[in-house]
Design a protein around this ligand. Structure first.
Ligand code: SF4
Length: 325
């Protein structure tokens, strides 16, 4: 069988920064690590690069713990036992100094609850040590998300949820394809091709979002069109697939390949769509049936191939990813 372009696209290995302690490095304030086997298993298909923001700004191991403290104008990163030691500025400077590297990665896996790495839900204290709320964001992650809002990011615990893990990996692989094609320097014409190849992935999440992106490609400002496109695309991919939109996409795909499938296969998939519409069959069964029939076709539209194989399944992931549900 002729090798498809998707085979080539799926050979890509996205690059991720990961909180170093999750990879088993003993860099925490107490000299320990927080090795996470689920994160490490991702190394089968992804290139993981460790990063510990606190040691990167020169803090030693072990070290005095730090925490988020509500200051008069902003949240600060202060040493617990000596609040005169303020690391906020150093942490922000660290992100700026590593910005060129950050534009060469496709995602960030962050340690939950850390005042430096946490993405959300980090405790914030009064200067007197009293807990005010648990809605803070680590200073490193917060600054990074402000400067690079389209970068996919997740905390290690959320990777255990198949839906969130699947959405994150989908974003990471899509980000990687965008980056390898040219990233922020992609022209309007190149973006239109990219958009076309990803149409079914987008439509299955939001038909409206897909059309809005199309409008952006017609009328968006040339200077930052690629960045704006990616940011809006990532917002759409963060959402799970919507049953109604998904069935619509499968009908479109069926129409596209109808003249290549025999009538028995077409009829059987059409019946499965109806059963799924009435919730007598799961989306997973329908999707697998479609996939089995498409595999036999060999060369098919790239957008269909991306839709069916959004990212490779690791041995551990097996059938758990939402791409297969
Ligand atoms: S949570 Fe972040 S800052 Fe803290 S030890 Fe882990 S990598 Fe370093």
């Amino acid at each position: 069988m002729k090798k498809s372009l998707t085979d080539e696209l799926l050979k890509i290995r996205p690059r991720l920064f990961v909180s170093a302690c999750l990879l088993g490095q003993a860099v925490r304030y107490d000299g320990r690590h927080k090795r996470d086997d689920g994160v490490l298993a991702l190394a089968e298909n992804l290139d993981l690069y460790s990063l510990c923001p606190e040691t990167a700004i020169g803090l030693g191991v072990p070290r005095a713990p730090i925490q988020l403290v509500a200051g008069e104008e902003r949240i600060q990163l202060l040493q617990v036992n000596d609040p005169s030691r303020d690391y906020t500025q150093e942490m922000e400077t660290l992100v700026c100094s590593r910005l060129p590297e950050l534009t060469q990665i496709d995602g960030w896996i962050a340690k939950r609850n850390s005042p430096s790495c946490g993405l959300a839900g980090v405790p914030v204290y009064e200067k007197n040590g009293e807990l005010i709320h648990r809605h803070g964001r680590g200073v490193f992650s917060g600054t990074m998300q402000m400067l690079h809002p389209a970068l996919p990011a997740i905390e290690e615990q959320d990777l255990e949820n198949p839906q969130r893990r699947g959405n994150f990996l989908l974003q990471v692989y899509t980000h990687c394809r965008w980056r390898l094609l040219g990233g922020t320097s992609l022209t309007r014409e190149a973006l239109k091709k990219f958009h076309h190849c990803h149409r079914y992935l987008l439509m299955a999440r939001s038909l409206e979002g897909y059309h809005q992106l199309g409008c952006l490609l017609e009328s968006g400002k040339e200077s930052d069109i690629s960045e704006t496109y990616l940011r809006q695309m990532m917002m759409i991919l963060k959402r799970g697939e919507r049953r109604h939109d998904l069935l619509q996409v499968i009908r479109m795909i069926l129409q596209e390949v109808a003249d290549q499938l025999d009538s028995q296969a077409t009829g059987s998939i059409a019946r499965a769509i109806e059963s799924c519409r009435w919730r007598q069959t799961t989306v997973s069964v329908l999707r697998n049936q479609l996939r089995d029939n498409l595999v036999s076709l060999g060369e098919i539209d790239l957008a269909i191939q991306l839709f069916m194989n959004a990212f490779p399944q690791s041995k551990q992931q097996g059938e758990k990813s939402p791409a297969n549900q």
